[in-house]
Design a protein around this ligand. Sequence first.
Ligand SMILES: [Zn+2]
Length: 480
Amino acid sequence: MAGVRKISISELGPGIGNAMLIAVIIAKQTPRKITSKKNPGTERAVWSFTLRDTPYDFINASYWGSVENVNSIASGLHIGDVVEVMNVKVNMRQGNDSEERFQPCVTSPFQLILSENQSTVQLQRPVDEFDADMYNNLIHLLHIPTKAPSSFITIADILASETSTRTEFVDLLVAVARVSPVKNIKTKDGRDIECREVTVLDQTNSNFPIQLWEPDVIVQSGHWKPRHTVLFLADVRLAWNNFHRSMGVSICSRTIITENPDTTEANVLREYAFSAPIAPSAVLDQMANSISDASAIRVVMSVQQVIKKASRNMVAEENFHRNSEDSQFSCLIYCFVTDLDLDGVSRVVVTRCSKCQATMEDTFQGMCPNIDCPVGSGAVIAKPEITFDIRVTLSDHTGSLPGCRLMDKNAEKVLGCTPTGFQHLTPEEKTSLKWNLLLERCAARVMVLKANSQRQVPLISLLSCDPADPSEVAARCPRC
Ligand SMILES: [Zn+2]
């Protein structure tokens, strides 16, 4: 086209007309309807989106037009699309503009104004006349965070933060742990809307929910993969979450999501997420393994008291905070081991993949069944680990706790042998080892993960089990 000049975001200035810009959409918002001031009674619409053409240059744009036209343009373009925009108006950003608070933070001092009658926004594909290298460079920008790569805070920081009356925005680096199905919800004013909960993790927390409400983000999250997708979330809103009764974050119109950021910090988190404990039993095993001195646990409880404290309590859930102190507890129980099968058919020793902790079946010796794991896919060879994985029942005069987990290092201490050593014992020696513990009065220290809305039964891990002195039992054992 004659007279049209292709320029980049960094070259923009006021008064530049008839220019063409090629950039990638890194954020988009839902179009808004606005009542026209010029023609009262008529409605117009505006759609805001954010464009980027280098790691350093990004700018907000607004497209104005009739409601039908704006909705049609906005529904055809998505985050990650490369577009060509023509005949735009370049305005200086107004720093104090209230609009700015609802838009992503950008580096350009300008903003782009497009209108239905003057401007065009067109999707670009890498075809012959279009430089494929340039296209790929633009697509790669989707993996570069819009903030400093180490500017983020952790999930633990969020949970520990104070509720504040002013709006606060923070940056987060998280890995996806779970993507729930899309739910349909009826709003208070009767509209049907969709929402999706995504659970994310970092090195400080493995179970942090984020609610998604933006239609485009809900679609985008459909291809996020647990343990694989890492997200840099720039400017999520920090707020009290009434439903989860804890501090939380929400994705808002200011947020820019960078999928799988190409940064050192993201690679470290991806490596961690790959084998991070996500299942409640894995979380409990990790916590139980990290206790160095179980003898410091001195709070005595009866089995009945443990059952009561560990079961789901709706009143307590009202005050439930998603930090680990409130979802778990540890205590000392004076009890008997009433069920322990070391010499029968129960599993005692398991072989695990040392990379991803998946249990290896006896029928496929040394094969990791997890195809997402480098060992499972055959890319890496790693020696499997042999560990204890035992279930015991603890009982006292008030009741029984079946299925307590006796795992790994704690099992080695309780049994006084290693897993390999155990495998070499004769059947008679295994029986004798069992009777060392069975039906003996002991002081058992346990860690309990309480039942909750996702898991109806509590999970209990046996940390240590020592013979109990009868006088100590008489003095300290609760009656009920
Ligand atoms: Zn594996």
